[in-house]
Ligand binder design. Structure first.
Ligand code: GDP
Length: 528
């Protein structure tokens, strides 16, 4: 098969949702369709339970599971589908943001009763910024929930999307009868008492066909006709170009638990979702069908086994064919590396592969060479853009609690930061180190891992920081900038890349600073 055919076959995407909306259940049903797993319950729920903050077993358990579910691949209708796992827990949002740099599209799962939740808003905002094509799946239709039109409004308003339903529910909750598939113009109905069995799809080119009554009854048929009329009137017709440009988002309804509406979603997904896209590097746009391999690291996973310190770096292949035992250039280190046992992922297993193609993810064993965002190529000096850091929400000083182990502590901190567990800032004034995280849970993870993996002990000290802002200035000699550096000396730090960061202690002081120094730009992400 030619490389172009391999590319056309691939669909690499992520499922995002607020915890409990049904991401795990949907993932599992998708894998069942692909024949990649035989039974329900095979995909472990990769989430940290509420109140697990101090339960280290839970943290370890979660780390074990998340390597297993990092990438789930299956074949459906001749397409190779790669699902990249995105943790729903908000303390791991940074992980999810980074994973979004490696997907070509996403499916957003929304709970019909809860509607658009906070975590979903944040994640979709990132997708919109990056113009990632989005399909929305409204889940749990077997339960009482919000009215379908109200939900569509909510999705448009809260998520800033422009939607068009491609399926529509017939009833809901107790009265949930099935789904009208607008995309394929057919109806799928539940049969049997407990909504367990699904009928064969019944084709209805025109819902005005009086046959409809025979299947769903007079009232439901009447309602469906009215609702569909409204759908066609109010919502734009589906247009693939607009979907791919992130200007239009198709919506499906269903119940993942009952496997209802999932096939409709998947059939449409394989048809419309993009195959691997070109990616911008600092140097140029790289096309997937170029001959030469290139890819970038979007995730690093530490080994669970304390006897094997090596880690698994997850590479998204952007162009060319990745081959086993072939020397590739690690651009940042300007060093050639060869990989004898690259892992590919299939269903919930990993296996060694000889070749991988654009859109695929390979896991490379690493002894400390990789950082998140690193680029690997066949020789060209490329640097892929787009694995930015966001301003953390929490900040604490990190102190060495065992002076005999300062070397271990330094190594541990460096490696954990390379993995992207948290962000490190070093104060300009006195060199003190500050750890910034998205959630409080990470502090416990770091402390635990430093002790168990590196034999180092740390303690934390509170520190009052509202936001970290990356500072940009055109001219470093600008008197305004020099004044800023003098006045705000106490609040200036460097990130891992030695970029200047202003640690504002309150939103008020940030505002005042912005006003006082109009020549300086303050960014909330590390890439601008
Ligand atoms: P995640 O946190 O988004 O991965 O959500 P899960 O897939 O773990 O689902 C959360 C809970 O909702 C579980 O108890 C599921 O059994 C349940 N659930 C998922 N899909 C449905 C559905 O379609 N209907 C109903 N009634 N429950 C569902």
């Amino acid at each position: 098969m030619s490389i172009q055919q391999e590319i056309d076959k691939r669909r690499t995407f992520g499922i995002i949702s607020h915890p409990d909306a049904g991401k795990t259940t949907l993932t599992e049903k998708l894998l069942l369709f692909g024949g990649a797993i035989q039974e329900a319950g095979a995909v472990k729920n990769n989430k940290i339970k509420k109140g697990a903050t101090s339960d280290f077993m839970e943290i370890e358990r979660q780390r074990g599971i998340s390597v297993a579910t990092s990438v789930l691949a299956f074949i459906y209708k001749d397409k190779k589908i790669n699902i990249l796992d995105t943790p729903g827990h908000k303390d791991f949002a940074e992980d999810t943001f980074r994973t979004l740099s490696a997907v070509d599209s996403v499916i957003v799962v929304i709970d019909v009763a809860k509607g658009v939740e906070e975590q979903t808003e944040k994640l979709v905002e990132v997708c919109r910024m990056r113009k990632i094509p989005i399909i929305v799946f409204i889940n749990k239709l077997d339960r009482e929930g919000k009215d379908a039109f109200d939900l569509l409004d909510e999705v448009e308003q809260k998520l800033g999307l422009r939607v068009t339903p491609l399926s529509f529910p017939i009833g809901m909750g107790y009265d949930f009868k099935g789904i009208y598939n607008i995309w394929e113009k057919n109806i799928n109905l539940f049969t049997g008492e407990n909504k367990q069995t699904i009928s064969e799809a019944i084709h209805f080119e025109d819902v005005n066909n009086p046959e409809l009554e025979n299947y769903i009854g007079e009232t439901a048929a009447e309602t469906l006709r009215e609702e569909l009329e409204l759908v066609y009137e109010v919502y734009p017709e589906f247009n693939r170009e607009a979907y791919l440009n992130s200007e239009l988002q198709p919506v499906f309804f269903g119940s993942a638990l009952n496997n209802f509406g999932v096939r409709e979603l998947l059939n449409c997904f394989v048809e419309i979702a993009p195959s691997p896209l070109p990616k911008m590097s600092d140097e140029r746009l790289v096309e997937p069908n170029e001959n030469k391999f290139s890819g970038f690291v979007f995730k690093i996973h530490a080994n669970m086994d304390p006897k094997h310190r090596d880690r698994l770096a997850f590479i998204k292949i952007v162009s060319g064919v990745f081959k086993r035992n072939t020397p590739y250039l690690h651009v940042r280190l300007d060093k050639k590396l060869k990989f004898s046992s690259p892992n590919a992922f299939f269903a919930e297993k990993k296996q060694i592969v000889d070749e991988s193609f654009p859109g695929d993810i390979v896991g490379l064993h690493d002894t400390g060479n990789f950082k998140i965002g690193d680029t690997l190529t066949a020789g060209e000096k490329l640097n892929y853009k787009g694995v930015p850091s966001f301003s953390p929400e929490h900040f604490r000083y990190i102190n060495n609690a065992d002076p005999m182990k300062s070397k271990q502590l330094r190594k541990g901190i460096n490696q954990l930061m390379d993995e992207g567990v948290a962000q490190l800032f070093t104060l300009d004034l006195n060199g003190r180190q500050i750890i910034g995280t998205v959630g409080a849970l990470q502090y416990e993870v770091i402390q635990y891992r430093l002790e168990h993996e590196y034999g180092a002990k740390c303690s934390y000290e509170n520190l009052n920081v509202h936001k970290a802002c990356w500072v940009e200035v055109e001219n470093e000699k600008d008197p305004e900038f020099l004044d800023f550096k003098r006045v705000k000396q106490k609040f200036l730090a460097r990130d891992k890349e030695n970029k200047l960061v202003f640690l504002a202690d309150s939103s008020f002081s940030l505002q005042m600073t912005q006003q006082k120094y109009p020549n300086i730009k303050f960014h909330f992400t590390s890439e601008f």
